[in-house]
Design a protein around this ligand. Sequence first.
Ligand SMILES: [Zn+2]
Length: 57
Amino acid sequence: MSDGLYVVVMLSVVLIVGITCVPSMFRQDCPECGARNPLDAKRCVACGKPLPRPDAR
Ligand SMILES: [Zn+2]
């Protein structure tokens, strides 16, 4: 019944969603084998194929 509790709950939800989503935003899936690679990886950590540059649009 307090606004403080509501704010704490909302912040918790945002925090959980952020922790869940942020790592995937900074990773890319290999088009060849589907392995997850860091965004700054130039080659797939699993199969070694060159990865497309994320900033090349
Ligand atoms: Zn791969």
